[in-house]
Design a protein around this ligand. Structure first.
Ligand SMILES: CC(C)(COP(=O)(O)OP(=O)(O)OC[C@H]1O[C@@H](n2cnc3c(N)ncnc32)[C@H](O)[C@@H]1OP(=O)(O)O)[C@@H](O)C(=O)NCCC(=O)NCCS
Length: 138
């Protein structure tokens, strides 16, 4: 859980795992010059799959984006840190929370929460049908 330490700067979460770091480039921008939301969504989808992969041990697919909030714009040169935790394990699906924090260009060490999301992944078999999550990893 993050706490406000100054205007838009926050502490990094201590109850979530760092699953991805990436720096957006000029080719990822929209017409405003900020980073395209679809690019951020793709990174969140990748980051969100990291923890479910430990449980599914095989193929899986994103079945739902339950919530996706762009709290602050992402800019070229930001260092983005993606934190995640499992919020629900079902019979064939796993739901995770993902939070994205930006270290602005020339402001490393100060973190702004830019995005938060909830996504659900389903373990699938070779035919693309849902399969139970292996019990040994629950
Ligand atoms: C994922 C997929 C195999 C699920 O098939 P399905 O017939 O909907 O499966 P089910 O109805 O049995 O649901 C499977 C699990 O997904 C969950 N689920 C299904 N729809 C959901 C939704 N809208 N939101 C959250 N969870 C959902 C179910 O609750 C179930 O979880 P549980 O077993 O843990 O209770 C199928 O929907 C699919 O192939 N979707 C496309 C996936 C894809 O291509 N993703 C990339 C997007 S480009």
């Amino acid at each position: 859980m993050s706490t406000v330490s100054s205007s838009s700067h926050v502490q990094l979460p201590t109850d979530q795992e760092l699953v991805l770091k990436v720096i957006p480039m000029p080719g990822d921008c929209n017409a405003n010059g900020d980073i395209f939301g679809g690019w951020v969504m793709a990174q969140v989808d990748l980051a969100g799959s990291v923890l479910p992969a430990r449980y599914t041990q095989g193929r899986m697919a994103t079945v739902a984006v339950n919530e996706f909030i762009f709290k602050q714009p992402v800019r070229v040169g930001d260092i983005l840190s993606f934190f995640s935790k499992v919020s629900r394990i079902g019979r064939t699906s796993i739901t995770v929370k993902v939070e994205v924090y930006a270290e602005r260009y020339r402001s490393q060490g100060q973190y702004t929460k830019v995005t938060e999301a909830s996504l659900t992944y389903v373990a699938i078999d070779d035919q693309g049908r849902p399969r139970p999550i292996p019990k040994t990893n629950e």
